[in-house]
Design a binder for this molecule. Structure first.
Ligand code: SF4
Length: 404
């Protein structure tokens, strides 16, 4: 039960429940502040911390808008939040960079209002999609509907680019576009960017399921057949990249089945969403080689990951990331591929319909949208280069001076 949401907190008769998606970068500073104000406070995750912080601000200001504003001003990180107070005030808001998705909708009879990370859950519950929350925006729900309030003026949007490649459901929409359509365009982009490799292949294979939509794009652009010869086990649902080493290998092995006769003697383009540590892809390639694949060209939609994410995606240290130490050619050798063809950053940005400065691209460019994250990344990178062994998540171990 630990870590499940919504989390709740109360002080002096004031109650709050909230659901939180994201990650706070200045966690240590916030923990100290909460310990000072609530000596018995036990924190198990960022959601607890955030709930307690908002409650404290609410108690001091007696006003939701001011309390949310204080959180936006003092917290560095990504947070998309939906909550309700003991008085029944229902609300949602996004951090000033709008890093994580959050949208609003209502039931067809107009009696119920909802917030959701992705549009897919509104669709599936028969709700009407109304709008996506903007960066630094607070939305309150009253009997008359949504009341939108811009809390931070001129925020810099930095929506997580990894949502498009991996995290979001393909049937969700961002800015009116289905995620799967964007992933198809990613596939077309890689063919355009690596035409010689595409010409040297016989058939396309995808690593299900986030590799499926790019495979359609690769098929459309190259004319090669997309052979559905890699099938995912329906009931093995663990995410391999967040598991421990030993578990990760066995999970990947159980997760994907390769149909040998369709692969034997073939030169393959294999579409994949990303390469984080590299070992998941390595296991897949080993399976393909055992099945007789002659060549394996990896087409990877998310560009090379060179730095950690501080905003809620579990790739927290430089040491974990194969891309922080190796270029594409070296990675190909390590994982046993004939080539690793990443989509370019420009191609990715164009396909999303955004401009570079509307996206968070920090883990692929090293440029973080929030100041404390940048400071931590720079300091930890220097230590990493000098052989310092990172233990645990950077933001929980790094004593960098906060910017606020
Ligand atoms: S650092 Fe990467 S994974 Fe993290 S929010 Fe930014 S784009 Fe997304």
């Amino acid at each position: 039960m630990q870590g499940t949401q919504p989390v709740t907190a109360s002080i002096n008769g004031l109650k709050l429940a909230l659901s939180f998606n994201g990650n706070i970068v200045n966690t240590l500073q916030l923990k100290k502040e909460m310990k000072k104000n609530f000596p018995n406070f036990v924190c198990s995750c960022d959601s607890d911390l955030f709930c307690q912080k908002l409650l404290l601000e609410l108690e001091q200001s007696k006003d939701l808008t001011s309390a949310v504003g204080a959180c936006m001003q003092s917290l560095d990180g990504a947070f998309s939040v939906a909550g309700i107070t003991g008085n029944g005030d229902f609300f949602a808001f996004k951090d000033p960079h709008g890093i994580k998705p959050l949208c609003a909708g209502h039931s067809p009879d107009g009696a119920t209002f909802a917030f959701s990370s992705e549009t897919v859950s509104l669709d599936m519950n028969g709700f009407v999609r109304d709008f996506e929350l903007g960066p630094g925006e607070l939305v309150k729900v009253s009997k008359d509907g949504f009341e939108r309030e811009q809390i931070v003026k001129n925020p810099r949007k930095a929506f997580c680019a990894f949502e498009y490649a991996y995290f979001a459901r393909p049937d969700s929409r961002f800015d009116g576009k289905y995620v799967y359509e964007i992933r198809e365009e990613f596939g077309r982009n890689i063919v355009r960017e690596h035409p010689e490799i595409a010409k040297d292949a016989d058939v396309i294979l995808s690593v299900p399921e986030t590799g499926d939509d790019p495979a359609m794009g690769v098929h459309e652009e190259s004319g090669l057949r997309w052979e559905r010869a890699s099938r995912r086990h329906r009931y093995v649902t663990e995410r391999a990249f967040i598991l421990l080493n030993k578990e990760r290998y066995s999970t990947i092995d159980r997760k994907i089945n390769i149909l040998d006769s369709k692969v034997d003697g073939k030169r393959l383009i294999v579409t994949e969403d990303s390469i984080v540590r590299g070992d998941a892809t390595k296991v897949t390639i080993e399976k393909l080689r055992r099945a007789g694949a002659k060549k394996v060209y990896m087409f990877v939609t998310f560009p090379r990951i060179i730095g950690p994410c501080f905003y809620g995606i579990d790739m927290a240290t430089y040491g974990q990331l194969i891309g922080s130490r190796h270029n594409a050619e070296e990675i190909a050798k390590i994982i046993g591929a004939d080539a690793v063809c990443y989509q370019s950053i420009e191609g990715l940005v164009r396909a999303t319909g955004h401009t570079r400065d509307q996206l968070c691209l920090a883990c692929i460019t090293g440029k973080y949208p929030t100041p404390l994250a940048q400071k931590m990344a720079d300091e930890m990178k220097e230590k990493f280069i000098n052989g310092y062994e990172e233990k645990g998540r950077i933001y929980e171990t790094c004593e960098t001076t906060p910017h606020v």
